[in-house]
Write a protein that binds this ligand. Structure first.
Ligand SMILES: NC(=O)c1ccc[n+]([C@@H]2O[C@H](COP(=O)([O-])OP(=O)(O)OC[C@H]3O[C@@H](n4cnc5c(N)ncnc54)[C@H](O)[C@@H]3O)[C@@H](O)[C@H]2O)c1
Length: 218
């Protein structure tokens, strides 16, 4: 398994943890918004194997501000990291993915389904990813299955910056009454990566503890 991130210490730590538990993992520094980084990654991947069986597009950067207050460079960076990166991934690895058949998993968000205050670029990127998932599933079938996970509030590192009150509010807005755990999304990604989901393609699978099925007002 190749792990890709711009956070080198974290990437190396995760790779070491997987290796220590008996898995195989290597970290490669790659800014997923940059085509030149994808070209370097391609060289490393193809040196290991001409076929790619699973590709997970998951990187996250978020610029929070209403559209009128959002700097153009933040809009561009958001769309590049969260949307263009998936296009670059497919462009880079289309042949390797089709060689023996593969599963592509794209991390979208409930922001693709709902408007939440102050997230125009994130919503545009995630809405784009959910549509792109269906499009790629059509274009690369039958060799490649393409699905999205659509997480609700998940207590990852991204939530470290969020206040206790806001975490409580988000937890209360789910029907399960709590934030999700990263491994609860990872389990769905593992399902989509495996042959257990062999007849699933073009799906947007919501993993949100029921956040999107319940609203307080009528
Ligand atoms: N945590 C949530 O509540 C939540 C909800 C919905 C969707 N998501 C989605 O889940 C995915 C993972 O997010 P997370 O919550 O684990 O966030 P996180 O901030 O914990 O992790 C995101 C990772 O992306 C890396 N990254 C940022 N820019 C990059 C770049 N240019 N190139 C390569 N790597 C880059 C960061 O270094 C970090 O390791 C994202 O796609 C996010 O939009 C998260």
């Amino acid at each position: 398994m190749l792990l890709v991130d711009i956070d080198e210490p974290l990437g190396r730590e995760v790779a070491a943890t997987i290796t220590a538990r008996g898995g195989q993992a290597e970290f490669v520094h790659c800014d997923v918004a940059r085509a030149t980084d994808w070209a370097r990654l391609r060289e490393r991947v193809l040196a290991i194997s001409p076929a790619v069986h699973v590709l997970h597009s998951n990187a996250y950067f978020e610029a929070v501000a209403p559209a009128a207050d959002l700097e153009e460079e933040d809009w561009d960076r958001q769309l590049a990291v969260c949307l263009k990166a998936t296009y670059l991934a497919i462009k880079t690895f289309a042949a390797a993915l089709q060689r023996e058949g593969a599963s592509v998993i794209i991390t979208s968000s409930v922001h693709a389904l709902f408007g939440l205050p102050g997230h125009p670029a994130y919503a545009a990127a995630k809405g784009g990813l959910s549509a792109l998932t269906r499009q790629l599933a059509v274009d690369y079938a039958p060799a490649v299955r393409v699905n999205a996970v659509v997480p609700g509030p998940i207590a990852t590192g991204a939530w470290d910056r969020i206040s206790h009150e806001e975490r409580e509010r988000s937890a209360a807005a789910t029907v399960l009454g709590r934030l999700g755990r990263p491994e609860e999304v990872a389990a769905v990604v593992a399902f989509l990566a495996s042959s257990e989901s062999s007849y699933v393609t073009g799906a947007n699978l919501v993993v949100d503890g029921g956040w999107s099925i319940s609203k307080e007002s009528s």
